[in-house]
Design a protein around this ligand. Structure first.
Ligand code: SAM
Length: 247
């Protein structure tokens, strides 16, 4: 019977591709890739040339029937994205949901994922965390999202691009106040760096050394300090006040 393998690929260092992932990419009938040219480089490195098909956010829904038919015919298909684990801030969710609904076999082939990689070496609590993917691009929406997270006690984790890292740090300082922030940059690559400090301190570091603002980032922010028993949140206090005033 057909299988869709959801295959994680490296986020920088090619040695991080698992032997199982490498073997499956060589065995499958088809590789569905976010960007076929990007994935072709990885496949060339492995010395293999399986047939490829593009699957990105603009054609994902249209690809479902096509891939479902190939699985129905008994084919094995690998889904990959440009880097890391498919579906994690990457295409694939619609395909996996639809294939599962149709009773197809979907098999994860685990490997690199930037958020887990970043958390594993940041020194912030990892027992509970909130992954928020990319924050909204527009300032108002971004601050709104951060404010909605201000009382969460779990470590907050975001993906960010070099274009917005400074604005995001400024909004973290403004919306979340004085907190420990860890910036994980260029993970598994030559210029991998962890910067640690308040959002304002980190803004200073990026201003001093613009190289620190280049590349790919995972932004991690300490959760809100736990509330004392009986201590109400600002929202709860407001609700209580309104209730009392209405009495
Ligand atoms: N699917 C990927 C994963 O499993 O992590 C994430 C894809 S998302 C489109 C790309 C974002 O992931 C980047 O903007 C950055 O925030 C983060 N990222 C990916 N590779 C990274 C790396 N080597 N170092 C730091 N962040 C990285």
């Amino acid at each position: 019977a057909g299988v869709l393998y959801v295959v994680a690929t490296p986020i920088g260092n090619l040695e991080d591709l698992s032997p199982r992932a490498a073997r499956l990419l060589g065995e499958v009938d088809l590789v569905a890739a976010e960007d076929t040219r990007h994935t072709a480089r990885l496949l060339r490195h492995l010395g293999i040339a399986p047939p490829m098909l593009s699957l990105h956010e603009h054609n994902e829904a249209a690809r479902v029937a096509q891939l479902d038919a190939r699985l129905a015919a008994g084919e094995r298909v690998a889904l990959v994205s440009d880097a890391g684990t498919p579906l994690i801030s990457d295409p694939g969710f619609v395909l996996v949901r639809e294939l599962r609904q149709r009773g197809r076999r979907v098999v994860p082939v685990p490997g690199p994922c930037a958020l887990v990689t970043a958390l594993s070496a940041a020194g912030l609590p990892t027992d509970r965390f909130v992954f928020q993917g990319f924050l909204p691009a527009k300032g108002g929406a971004r601050r709104g999202r951060l404010e909605a997270l201000a009382e969460r006690e779990e470590t907050l984790v975001f993906y960010e691009s070099p274009h917005r890292i400074r604005d995001t740090l400024a909004d973290i300082a403004g919306s979340l106040g004085e907190r420990r922030v860890v910036l994980a940059r260029e993970l598994t690559k030559t210029y991998e760096t962890f910067l640690d400090g308040s959002a304002e301190t980190l803004m200073g570091r990026l201003a001093e050394d613009p190289d620190q603002a280049r590349g790919e980032f995972v932004v991690m922010v300490a959760g809100a300090p736990p509330r004392e028993a009986g201590e109400a949140s600002a929202v709860e206090a407001d609700t209580l006040l309104i209730a009392l005033l209405t009495e």
